[in-house]
Design a binder for this molecule. Structure first.
Ligand code: MTE
Ligand code: MO
Length: 393
């Protein structure tokens, strides 16, 4: 008896914050209103987006809960919570972003398949837990190992929850062993979120957090760590979360031609305004987030108040009142950057944001150019249509 179980239906779901916007009920998928994202650098746990593929697991006995580490290793082992908590604890501030963030806007071009999301399928949290590199040392794999003597090159995470895409099997994903054993990659087995015990929705009692990588690889409710010679063959690695060109459709798709998406590209969105906000003419505040993958920082955030003809730079921060500079010692490399700018708007217009990361990658202008049938990685310039009502003074 493992102490944790996967319910077969949705009668045992946790209660959720009423201001979350529900995009799908069963499995539960929801995001906060976009304004909530820019109210604080660290996203409050109850407003953090939820992305699920099945019912939320239930822990009956935490003492009996364990993670099995198996596969191409010399010393397979069963690790209990106390073993994980005995390892040095790290707090890593990292933004988790679903690859489907901003999918709804991609559907406006041509229909895509998948749960719809506005701009809030991401959040920034302080994850507390053990480094996976330390956990793997417990089974005899040393730091910076790319291949085990038995030929293990990938670390597969298998969860407890059951989903229909896996025909009732568990959700799973993998990352390369070299990333898992690199302490600088900050891959965590997290048991805390924002200083509190991880809650059920976000993976209680233990989840993987892979900073800088699409959310799909941060497996919740961890059950097994399997050291394998090949990339995980699960649905979400092989038949989903791959980036295809706009020419590929459901009739000509060959999933084997593309790699599973790992790092996420540079992204930004305006959160202080909704489309068609009717405001008075004059000064408006433009606030939002910018984030890139792979630990790349944000070099610049450009704002346009004339639909993209002219641009000015927004100010950036992580800590309030401190100008953010990428790669500085006190910047969080895995976390988003919030930006703000003020604009003087006199007539109806389109406000646009695009960010540039430290590798000088920039967001693509048009969603059409990056359209893909699963609607992932919509990182096109984010536009908000603003309607101005002239005040009579
Ligand atoms: N076990 C399990 N892990 C999972 C998922 C899931 O459905 N089951 N969803 C993944 C996806 S697609 C994302 S974007 C993130 C969402 O994490 P959150 O719900 O804590 O925000 O979890 C990932 N880990
Ligand atoms: Mo996701």
């Amino acid at each position: 008896m493992p102490g944790i179980r996967a319910p077969v239906n949705y009668s045992d779901e946790p209660t959720r914050h009423p201001s979350l916007k529900i995009n799908a009920k069963e499995p539960f998928n929801a995001e906060p209103p976009r304004q909530a994202l820019v109210s604080s650098y660290v996203t409050p746990t109850e407003l953090f987006f939820n992305r699920n593929h099945g019912p939320i697991p239930v822990v009956d006995d935490i003492e009996r809960y364990s993670v099995s580490v198996i596969g191409l290793i010399e010393k397979p082992k069963e690790l209990f919570m106390k073993d994980i908590m005995n390892l040095p604890k790290y707090n890593v501030t990292a933004t988790l972003q679903c690859a489907g963030n901003r999918r709804t806007a991609m559907s406006n071009t041509r229909t895509v398949k998948g749960v719809g999301w506005d701009v809030s399928a991401l959040g920034n949290a302080i994850w507390g837990g053990a480094k996976l590199a330390d956990v793997l040392e417990l089974v005899g794999i040393s730091k910076f190992t790319s291949v085990t003597p038995a030929g293990g090159r990938h670390v597969e995470f298998v969860s407890v929850d059951k989903c229909k895409e896996e025909n009732g099997g568990p959700y799973k994903a993998s990352i390369p062993l070299i990333q898992a054993t690199n302490p600088e990659a900050d891959v965590l087995l997290a048991y805390e979120m924002n200083g509190e015990t991880l809650n059920r929705d976000h993976g209680y009692p233990l989840r993987v957090v892979v900073p800088g990588v699409i959310g799909a690889r941060s497996v919740k409710w961890l059950d097994t760590i399997n050291i394998d010679s090949q990339v995980c063959q699960g649905f979400f690695m092989q038949k989903d979360y791959k980036m295809f060109p706009p020419s590929v459709n459901w009739d000509n798709i060959d999933w084997s031609t593309r790699r599973p998406q790992m790092d996420f590209p540079v992204q930004s969105a305006i959160c202080s305004l909704e489309d068609m906000n009717v405001g008075r003419n004059g000064k408006i505040a433009i606030k939002g987030y910018a984030v890139s993958g792979g630990g790349r920082g944000i070099e610049r955030v450009d704002i346009s108040t004339d639909g993209g003809k002219t641009w000015k730079e927004a100010s950036r921060y992580q800590k309030h009142g401190v100008q953010y500079i990428a790669d500085e010692e006190n910047s969080d490399k895995w976390a988003w950057v919030l930006f703000e700018a003020e604009a003087d708007v006199q007539s109806n217009t389109v406000i646009v944001v695009k960010a540039v990361d430290t590798a000088a990658n920039v967001q693509p202008e048009k969603v059409e150019d990056i359209w893909n049938l699963r609607g992932i990685l919509n990182t096109s310039w984010h536009r908000v249509h603003v309607q101005v009502r002239h005040s009579s003074m």
